[in-house]
Design a protein around this ligand. Sequence first.
Ligand SMILES: Nc1ncnc2c1ncn2[C@@H]1O[C@H](COP(=O)(O)OP(=O)(O)O)[C@@H](O)[C@H]1O
Ligand SMILES: [Mg+2]
Length: 250
Amino acid sequence: MRVIAVANQKGGVGKTASVLNLGAALAEVGESVLLVDADPQANLTTIAGVEEVELSTHDLLLSPDIQLRDLMLMTRWDNLAVVPSESALAAAEVELSSAHARQQRLAQKLQGLAKRTVVLIDTPPSLGFLTINALTAADEVLIPVQTSYLAMQGLRQLLRTVERVQDRSNQKLRVLGLLLTMYDARTRHAQEVKQRLSDHFGDLVFDAVIPRTVAFDYATVAAEPLIHLRPHSPAAQAYRELAKEVLKRA
Ligand SMILES: Nc1ncnc2c1ncn2[C@@H]1O[C@H](COP(=O)(O)OP(=O)(O)O)[C@@H](O)[C@H]1O
Ligand SMILES: [Mg+2]
């Protein structure tokens, strides 16, 4: 089993789009993929096509009796399952405030999954309780970075949080890579950001770069991964390239 948290405390950088499309790209080449929605906004749940949620990650974190298999839903696509979220998840931190080892809840629930599963966890735009749970459960963290100068500024804080989790609750956690998203090759600004990121993080930056395209909006409306809605688009190809790199870095 390989658990990858997709995290960045900045909103709108492509975390959810990356979880869905990387997941779909891995599933397409035969990996058994489980997407876990750990964001109360439940965007992943919606765009993965889940219409009704009976049990969610909220129940998973709160109830000792509820196991992952109780809430796993198959999607319309082969090899791609999803664990849905709902807005109630936002209260989990308060509800668990006096609970023991509450930051390890998700990690505990992921134990016992089939060996060859790749788990991708979508996280909310904060470095709070839910993201810490995801990082504690993960072997690796993939960091989407929107290609803009300001988007790079939060990275230091995110990497400090990763270190803190390594120290306190999850020694095995490592940074899988940084993924440039919403890249507009026509602008010099985007090229500069890419260069700076490479200068600073070297090989940690994935070669695959996700271009900015309005097609993601159509994919959202269609509740379908872009790689299925527009399989030949450059962005779909980029997520397939990313999947190859992710498999290579295992
Ligand atoms: N490469 C991209 N180009 C254009 N729009 C994108 C791209 N990736 C994601 N989006 C869109 O931008 C918005 C934010 O992306 P999302 O994945 O939800 O970010 P996050 O999960 O980090 O908040 C969504 O409307 C999504 O469809
Ligand atoms: Mg999101």
